[in-house]
Design a protein around this ligand. Structure first.
Ligand SMILES: [Cu+2]
Length: 811
């Protein structure tokens, strides 16, 4: 997603010097973010419990994890040690990140190397040696005419005489983590573009009624395509356009494109060699600034409608008087809506948490939570009734590929792990993002030698799904079972867009993965682009784009020897011994396996007529059916990218060509992409296509990769923000002949009422407790003033006496 200037202001420590980062922040958009100073709370804190430094423990009963969370992100102390150790490696010639310029070498980020599955399972399952803990470090190498990013691994941890800095190339498909950075001098490029704008300031003023000069007084911003283009391997070009900078708190810059574009050649690191290639206005291309100026001076340029700031970009309540279209009838909307009420006290909480190990138990499920800078929250070792069913579950990449008749929309294809989901997983707002009675956990990432903690950025809660999981009735009884589910949630605001991630566990053994999108769309200036979206405001097109979010689901069914079954229902014409020789048109179930990676790039079949399952052929149930877990779209129909062979991403979107994939698990293929791919998409560090090399999938350790998302063609209902109700997709992983009956029968939250014409004869509640007493509704009102933002801890130079000397807050 586009990172807007005002967001960049929120996270100054993320502006990695010299790295490819959000375009230069504009001072004009800064001031509004600091309006909300701390004030006294309007209510008492509604969350009981205490802030422990590792998480908000709420009142959840404690449990001790069966083993330590070996996937846990680096602690602040580990990060400090790794950074210090790297600085001791004189051959790296590192400059402290706080002092580094684009021609220095510096540490971009440090993170844990997720331990190899083949090392973890002997430790977890057979109490063998614990896997060594290693860090990975992304180093920005700027002191060269061909700057690059490279990753190393550092360890083992804790740092000792045995620790080394060594190659991480084994985690790539390219054979090296080396990745060229063609956008190293971004600040200079911005300055160059402002100078280009200044050279035609009279035209910009006339057409756009604004100024983009890089000064505090600007009302226009300049940015464009992502990633950059290379018409030849040795050249770098980029199209940019003008955007209006909001003056209010609402950072809706991506709703205000102005319709004037220019292309620059920014090859090399010497700005004196950079040049303007051409201009575009109202679909007319001018091959030089002089040609563009001549057309303007000749009066040939008709003015387009501008996208100007107004209440329409704000998300505040507007009231019925400003409602466009039919009159609003939201009678009573000022009244508090129904709320979920927390069970009273610790006794009412039905899950257990080991906060330090981010380990959770709910009903028949247990799992560990980990967090990554690139991809955010992940779950490990998900067990159901004591058996592992998913070893790893998490996001791997998020693609947002745009299209348009203008070069900026056509050239936009965000790979969001480049920006990272971790840095933008801000604190969740209790009572809104999650129920006030949730348990909240923190997340931490380490970038630019600063450790940032987002308190309360992961929440855990149980809630009633609002519909039953089971019911049946007749003229003698009614039986119903409540559909209570448990959700782990985080949300990341990656620039203009907000992604909400849910992992929800159900009483029938199902796990649901849900992604929802909200926030500001990136729009296009409206001119001649009816084939690329709808006309949604005076000068605005809702620029069409595909969201494809790739998830990894390493499913293990009763061990790691598994197969991938395809059971298809299909029409047949057949006769039977009893059909007197007559053929009947009917259907059958056809069973097969996808037994090789040559055939394991899959689409969801039309009419959903195939069932895909990970099964264990050697673990059949007593009826001879292999036990397994099925994977199937829940909300939406699954997803893959419309665009194939993307001109923008080239070899870096091979995870988005199909709806789902199955591969043999390899320690060297832990992720479908790499955050550094975006630096040079033609030469990705990890090319997902390379995972498919004809290996057997028959009773092997399998990984399923699936895509969620949507074909997003924004309409007027996306203004001012896209809404979660429709912008969502989900996948279910559900038991399939896994147990011998529906396991939700084992929940006591079931009632059976026997009745006849005389009335109720018996009520069966199966030992379930019922709420008593009065609900404390005040406790459901969130303490808005308790919102704390993030905590940065500079690690180099590290001063343990003043660990919070670099604290930044987002409020
Ligand atoms: Cu969208």
């Amino acid at each position: 997603m586009r990172l807007t200037p005002s967001l960049a202001v929120l996270l100054p420590t993320l502006l990695l010097v010299g790295a490819k980062v959000p375009r230069v922040s504009h001072p004009g958009s800064k001031q509004a973010k600091y309006l909300a100073a701390k004030r006294p709370a309007t209510t008492d804190a509604s969350i009981s419990g205490s802030f422990t430094g590792t998480g908000w423990s709420a009142s959840a009963p404690q449990v001790s994890a069966p083993y330590e969370n070996i996937w846990h992100e680096l602690t602040n102390d580990e990060a400090a040690d790794v950074i210090s150790f790297l600085h001791n490696q004189t051959n790296l010639n590192l400059t402290a990140a706080a002092d580094a310029g684009s021609w220095d070498n510096s540490i971009l980020r440090v993170e844990i190397v997720t331990p190899n599955k083949t090392d973890v399972l002997p430790f977890v399952d057979q109490q063998q040696q614990k896997p060594e803990r290693w860090a990975r470090a992304a180093i920005w190498v700027g002191a060269t005419t061909e700057p690059y990013v490279i990753e190393y691994q550092v360890g083992p941890l804790p740092i000792s005489d045995n620790s080394v800095v060594t190659s991480l190339d084994w985690l790539t498909t390219k054979g090296t983590t080396y990745q060229r950075n063609y956008d190293a001098d971004e600040d200079l490029k911005s300055e160059f573009m402002y100078n280009v704008s200044a050279s035609v300031q009279d035209i910009v003023t006339d057409l756009l009624n604004g100024t983009a000069s890089g000064s505090d007084d600007d009302d226009l911003d300049i940015w464009g395509i992502d990633p950059l283009w290379h018409p030849t391997p040795d050249t770098t070009v980029q199209w940019v356009t003008f955007w209006r900078i909001p003056s209010s708190i609402f950072d809706g810059e991506t709703l205000m494109p102005q319709g004037l574009f220019f292309e620059v050649n920014t090859t090399g690191r010497d700005p004196s060699g950079w040049s303007v290639i051409g201009w575009l206005y109202r679909d007319v291309y001018y091959n030089s600034t002089e040609a563009f100026r001549a057309a303007w001076e000749a009066g040939e340029l008709e003015k387009s409608a501008l996208n100007l700031e107004g209440p329409w970009i704000g998300t505040d309540y507007r009231g019925p008087t400003t409602t466009v279209g039919a009159n609003s009838t939201m009678w009573g909307s000022e009244k508090a809506p129904p709320v979920m009420v927390p069970p009273s006290g610790e006794d009412g909480i039905r899950y257990k948490v080991d906060v330090d190990n981010k380990y959770v138990e709910w009903m028949d499920f247990s799992f560990y939570i980990a967090f990554r800078r690139d991809s955010g929250m992940r779950l490990f070792d998900i067990r159901y009734r004591g058996e592992r069913i998913v070893y790893e579950l998490g996001l791997d990449e998020a693609l947002a590929h745009y299209a348009g008749n203008d070069p900026v929309q056509s050239g936009t294809a965000y790979l969001d792990t480049y920006y990272g989901f971790g840095p933008y997983a801000f604190e969740l707002l209790a009572g809104y993002d999650c129920p006030t009675y949730s348990t909240f956990l923190n997340s931490t990432f380490h970038a630019e030698e600063v450790s940032t903690t987002h308190p309360n950025s992961i929440c855990l809660f149980e809630n009633d799904q609002g519909y039953l999981i089971q019911r049946h009735s007749n003229d003698a009884y009614v039986a119903s079972t409540k559909n209570i589910a448990f959700t782990v949630r985080s949300a990341s605001t990656v620039g203009n867009y907000d992604y909400n991630f849910d992992y929800t566990f159900y009483l029938d053994g199902t796990i649901e993965i849900v992604v929802r999108a909200s926030g500001y769309i990136q729009s296009a200036h409206y001119y001649g682009n009816d084939d690329y979206g709808y006309h949604i405001h005076s000068g605005l097109s809702g620029s069409m784009h595909d969201h494809v979010l790739t998830f990894k689901a390493d499913i293990d069914i009763l061990g790691t020897s598994n197969s991938f079954a395809n059971h298809t229902v299909a029409p047949v014409t057949t006769s039977y011994p009893w059909s007197h020789g007559m053929e009947r048109s009917t259907m059958k179930l056809f069973r097969s396996y996808i037994d090789n990676e040559d055939n394991s790039k899959l689409f969801w079949p039309g009419n959903a007529h195939s069932m895909f399952m990970v099964v264990n052929k050697d673990a059949t149930n007593e009826f001879g059916e292999p036990r397994g877990y099925r994977i199937m779209p829940s909300k939406g129909s699954g997803m893959h990218a419309t665009i194939q062979n993307s001109s923008n991403l080239i070899n870096s979107m091979n995870f988005a060509t199909h709806a789902l994939y199955v591969t043999k698990q390899k320690d060297t293929e832990p992720r479908a992409s790499n955050a550094n791919n975006d630096y040079d998409p033609a030469n990705p560090v990890v090319d997902f296509a390379a995972f498919f090399d004809g290996e057997s999938l028959d009773q092997e350790d399998l990984v399923v990769w699936f895509n969620l998302g949507m074909h997003h063609v924004p309409h007027t209902g996306d203004l001012p923000n896209t809404v979660f109700t429709t912008a969502q997709g989900s996948m279910q992983i559900l038991p399939h002949n896994y147990l011998l009956h529906d396991p939700s029968r084992d929940s006591r939250q079931t009632v059976r009422i026997d009745y006849n014409n005389s009335g109720v004869q018996a009520v069966h509640t199966f030992g379930a407790d019922f709420l008593t007493g009065l609900a404390n509704l005040t406790s459901t009102v969130p303490d808005f003033w308790a919102y704390r933002g993030d905590i940065d801890v500079r690690k180099f130079p590290y001063d343990p006496q003043h660990p919070y000397n670099d604290t930044e807050s987002i409020v």
